[in-house]
Design a protein around this ligand. Structure first.
Ligand code: SF4
Ligand code: FES
Length: 482
């Protein structure tokens, strides 16, 4: 591998590595706007300029690659890069001044404030002065569909959003119109970002506050939010996400890119806006038995008295929940899996499975059989199974499956539903217990690619709402598998 020197620090890198990436490996973060690891580099913003020994002009580190070493000297130093010279500092200050010529000073009302690259780099590399005496260019904000709002005054023309719609989501809804200071990002005539099921990603990609989410706009200052690493339950792979929350309310889900894993940069709008499902509204009921408030002891006694018990676990819950739930089954063959949601595959490169039951693998590894609910119905009707415990979330079950589950619960002499919020199915069960949502607990899943993905508790569950393992512990007087 060739050797390069970055500010006199030597390192060996693979030929073809971008200088910007090589700098990052030695802890030097080169400021950049238009560069994004998942998009084609275009070198339009000029913020990433570095000095390279022997080159007459500064070079863009987002498009300059490390050359191969000469065959007769594989260890040779092939490039010397400097990121901290006066020329580089001067270039960065110049680029900042240029980008701010038309950028309004509206940080106090901008959603991006607090996570804005323009703010950060202005503070770190800007000159602190502006020589701009002319009136700034002005546009009114525009809707790019129902979900995304653009404020063109703030745009620095990095084209990340345009490249995303062309290279990643493929619809090509966005383009740049006009030239020079009048250049503006807009949609093609007749197109809207509503047609793009991944549109929300342009908000994350925009390094300034030009593209904002209608859903999040003006709702929260980001520095009040706490970010907790989690996963998206609404994707096949359990995409890594940040849960941003404050005062026990979730305000947004954002992608949480994993180093070197390009597929983790983006999430679908369905995943992004699913956060609302996990903010509790009405007061949560406690344990119910035959529609009346009851104690968990009463539920345990009823379950014990019923006899042979089968469990149905929906494969959208965590592996700890699956393990504990499985222990309630009277025998290993009485563990059944449920959940039949499918996800339309829009981006085959990013969606390797259409199966919306993200922890099917984790449940299967713990002995749950999927596609066998008819078998359980037969056993219940024949009286071989007297009690059924179902772990369920209505958002991941088709009406056909919900109907089958309903028949099973109706035929069983005793049934217990564990749910995050009461569904029609839960109300049809003999007994009901409130459980935590995935945002209110820590657990892990094994996704369809066999990857283990952990998620952490972000918000507190209401009083009386407990995790599945905690409830099962209380119901543990029921015969437990050896
Ligand atoms: S709207 Fe944002 S992402 Fe798009 S070109 Fe402008 S600054 Fe870049
Ligand atoms: S990041 Fe290199 S030119 Fe924009």
């Amino acid at each position: 591998m060739p050797t390069i020197k970055i500010n006199d620090v030597e390192l060996s890198v693979t030929p073809g590595t971008l200088v910007l990436d090589a700098c990052r490996t030695v802890g030097i973060d080169i400021p950049h706007y238009c560069y994004h690891p998942a998009l084609t580099p275009v070198a339009t913003c000029r913020m990433c300029l570095v000095e390279i020994k022997g080159q007459p002009k500064l070079a863009t580190s987002c498009t300059t690659t490390v050359p191969p070493a000469p065959k007769d000297n594989p260890e040779a130093v092939v490039m010397e890069v400097f990121t901290n010279t006066p020329a580089v500092a001067d270039a960065r200050a110049g680029v900042m001044e240029f980008l701010l010529i038309n950028h309004p000073l509206d940080c106090p009302i901008c959603d991006q404030a607090g996570e804005c690259k323009l703010q950060d780099y202005s503070y770190s590399y800007g000159s602190g002065d502006s020589r701009m005496a002319e009136v700034k260019r002005r546009y009114r904000y525009e809707d790019l569909g129902a979900k995304i709002v653009i404020d063109k005054n703030r745009c620095i023309h990095c084209t990340r959003c345009v490249r995303f719609t062309r290279e990643i989501s493929g619809g090509g809804e966005l383009t740049v119109a006009s030239r020079g200071a009048h250049l503006e990002v807009t949609t093609y005539t007749g197109k809207s970002l509503d047609q793009n099921p991944y549109a929300g990603n342009v908000v994350d990609l925009c390094p300034v506050g030009a593209l904002t989410s209608r859903d999040f706009r003006f709702k929260k200052r980001v520095w009040y939010l706490k970010s907790v690493p989690s996963i998206s339950r609404h994707s096949a792979l359990g995409s890594p996400i940040w849960i941003d929350h404050e005062a026990n309310q979730i305000h947004r889900f954002r992608p949480r890119p994993l180093e070197g894993k390009e597929t983790t940069h983006f999430i679908s709008d369905e995943e992004r806006y699913s956060y609302a499902h996990y903010n509790r509204g009405a007061l949560v009921q406690g344990p119910l038995l035959k529609g009346q408030a009851a104690t968990v002891d009463a539920l345990r006694e009823a379950l014990q008295a019923a006899g042979a018990t089968a469990v149905i676990g929906q494969g959208t819950f965590g592996c700890d929940a699956a393990q504990r739930l499985g222990e309630l089954a009277t025998s290993a063959d009485l563990r059944y899996g449920s959940g039949d949601k499918t996800i339309p595959v829009v981006l085959p490169k990013y969606q390797t499975s259409a199966d919306g039951i993200l922890n099917r693998r984790g449940f299967t590894e713990r002995g749950f059989r999927f596609g066998a609910l008819e078998d359980l119905l037969g056993k219940v009707q024949k009286g071989e199974v007297k009690a059924v415990v179902v772990l369920h979330d209505a958002a991941f079950t088709s009406s056909k499956e919900a109907d089958l589950l309903g028949q099973i619960l109706k035929a069983a002499p005793f049934s217990l539903a564990l749910e995050f919020e009461a569904s029609d199915l839960g109300r049809a069960a003999t007994a009901w217990l409130p459980i935590t949502s995935f945002a209110e607990e820590s657990d892990f899943i094994v996704n369809h690619d066999g990857e283990l993905r952990r998620y952490q508790k972000a918000i507190q569950p209401p009083k009386g709402v407990r995790t599945v393992p905690a409830w099962v512990k209380d119901l543990a007087a029921v015969p437990v598998l050896a």
